[in-house]
Design a protein around this ligand. Structure first.
Ligand SMILES: Cc1cc2nc3c(=O)[nH]c(=O)nc-3n(C[C@H](O)[C@H](O)[C@H](O)COP(=O)(O)OP(=O)(O)OC[C@H]3O[C@@H](n4cnc5c(N)ncnc54)[C@H](O)[C@@H]3O)c2cc1C
Length: 506
């Protein structure tokens, strides 16, 4: 049992985005008299990334009473309404699909029958795009201004749901400013060690020349993983045999040379893929690739060829994708990169981190500061399930039919994780259902990627073929099949009368 009712000091290792966010969240959860301290070192390698946020970003900001407008100003945030994928199928021009974040009021997503979306299936059955069912796509496609998209969303008719691109250093500084104003303290020192008591609980953090006594500690030390990883040495589950990239170079692009749409642009390359994140004054970009298929010199040359200009890499880094099997031990919990890492596809790491934090907060709050061992075990099991879902969802992205380089050919013949192989087999026969995703959630955790997210990637890649959509439509009662046909006629402009809102079971 973990009893934190008399806790007096909380230590957070690392002053990155996750460290400061955790400090702000825990300062809300605990009594104001509890001292929350962030121990930070000047990052040896500040990333200076532009990051694409996840769908749970706004909820995370709101839960922590962080002002959205101030966040936008200080983190240089711009709208992110989804992701544009290019060249992932190797199918020539146009090899492009959009995964938009759909909001409320879209009939194609609201009409749900027997576990699937017949209007989306109707589109897949005839090879029509999915993203065009979102009315706001038209504004995105013509690069409408932030203000125009604001006005469009205010009508409630856009079908858009926003997240944000942001500058990671700006976001970190904003969180730190708010945290300090709310009474959180910070110390400048590396944490060198964690002292454990005879129960195996962390009782102090060893800083340079002093100790900080703690009743609870959060490891947010990023890739250093010096807290939980050092003190308890949990097993590392690598995704290296499943997700192919292990290197990255990051660079800036001038706005003129890059897309300014409110989307993250993800372009498949010969040995990995490039992300482009449009911020206010610049586009932050990076190439993640496989060291078995390219080196940094080759990657830079390929980037320069693609953008037709000289590109100076800001950072070069290596990483191992995977996670610590146990993220919470006794009174120490690892969050964010300190607990695992995946490439920035789909902003999965951010989504997972925010969900970790929400559940930590939920357990501490709902338990009144007392958590039985089972609650901590349930957190750890749910954390593993969520990572498994992330792995499978990311693996889906590589499942187009591209096979024009050794990287893509190796991927095409690589073994798949069993759970993803099962899903892919199902998707050959029908569209993704909620029961497919359910095993990745539970114990209070929410899914990071919903049914529509899976459909939005699986259908354009051909992982859900049109025959699968036709097969599931053919099992509907005749009346509903007629409605699906009327809907398609409407799309083709041959039927002006169909009202998709009527008569469907939700
Ligand atoms: C190439 C790349 C692209 C990415 N793209 C995206 C994206 O598009 N979207 C997204 O959401 N995320 C992305 N991420 C992930 C993102 O950078 C991080 O998840 C996010 O910034 C939060 O990081 P963090 O706070 O966990 O770690 P960090 O930002 O690394 O912070 C950790 C802090 O801990 C400090 N520290 C380390 N050791 C010690 C110690 N012993 N004592 C005290 N302090 C210590 C470090 O100095 C650092 O300040 C990307 C990451 C990489 C590498």
């Amino acid at each position: 049992m973990l009893d934190l009712r008399n806790a007096r000091r909380i230590g957070i290792i690392g002053g990155g985005i996750v460290g400061w966010l955790a400090a702000i969240a825990l300062s809300r959860v605990f009594d104001p008299a509890v001292e929350v301290t962030v121990i930070e070192t000047t990052a040896l390698f500040p990333l200076g990334l532009g990051e694409g946020g996840s769908l749970n970003l706004i909820d995370t900001l709101c839960r922590n009473d962080l002002d959205l407008d101030v966040f936008i100003g200080e983190a240089g945030a711009t709208y992110k309404h989804g992701v544009l994928y290019e060249n992932w199928t190797g199918g020539g021009v146009p090899d492009r699909y959009y995964h938009l974040f759909g909001g409320p009021g879209i009939p194609e997503i609201e009409h749900h029958v027997d576990g699937f979306f017949p209007l989306l299936s109707a589109r897949i059955a005839v090879g029509a795009s999915l993203h065009t069912c979102i009315p706001g796509f038209e504004a995105i496609a013509r690069n409408a201004s932030h203000q125009e998209i604001d006005e469009l969303m205010a009508t409630g008719q856009s079908g858009l749901y926003p997240s944000y691109h942001f500058d990671d250093i700006g976001f970190e500084q904003y969180l730190k400013r708010v945290g300090l104003a709310r009474g959180i303290t910070s110390r400048e020192s590396p944490v060198c060690d964690i002292r454990l008591d005879n129960r195996g609980h962390a009782c102090a953090l060893q800083l340079q020349g002093e100790q900080l006594e703690v009743d609870f500690a959060v490891d947010a030390s990023g890739l250093a993983r010096m807290g939980l990883g050092t003190a308890f040495n949990p097993h590392w589950r690598s995704f290296a045999n499943v997700l192919p990239t292990d290197q990255a170079i990051t660079f800036d692009l001038q706005p003129a040379g890059s897309s300014r749409q409110p989307l993250t642009r993800s372009t498949a390359m010969t040995a990995g893929w490039i992300w482009e994140v449009p911020l206010n004054r610049t586009t932050k970009a990076g190439y993640v690739f496989s060291s078995r298929h390219a080196d940094h010199t080759m990657a830079i040359a390929e980037v320069q060829h693609r953008f037709g200009c000289d590109v100076q890499p800001r950072r070069e880094l290596s990483f191992d994708q995977g996670y610590l099997e146990t993220a919470w031990v006794n009174n120490v919990v690892a969050l964010g990169t300190a607990s695992g890492f995946v490439e920035p596809l789909g902003a999965a790491l951010a989504a997972h981190t925010f969900e970790q934090l929400r559940n930590l907060e939920r357990i501490l709050t709902n338990g009144g500061g007392i958590a039985p061992a089972q609650a901590i075990e349930a957190f750890n099991r749910a954390n593993v399930r969520s990572w498994t879902g992330v792995r499978d969802y990311l693996r889906l992205h590589y499942n187009g039919s591209r096979n024009d380089t050794p990287f893509w050919r190796d991927l095409a013949s690589a073994e798949l994780p069993e759970s993803y192989a099962q899903l892919r087999a199902c998707f050959q026969k029908r569209t993704p259902r909620f029961i497919d995703i359910e095993p990745y959630v539970g114990s209070g955790w929410q899914s990071l990627f919903h049914q529509v997210d899976w459909i939005s990637v699986a259908a354009p890649l051909g992982v859900v073929p049109s025959t699968a959509a036709r097969a599931e439509l053919s099992q509907l009662p005749m009346e509903w099949q007629s409605k699906a046909q009327a809907y398609l006629d409407l799309l083709k402009g041959t039927s002006p009368t169909f009202r998709p809102r009527s008569g469907w079971r939700h």
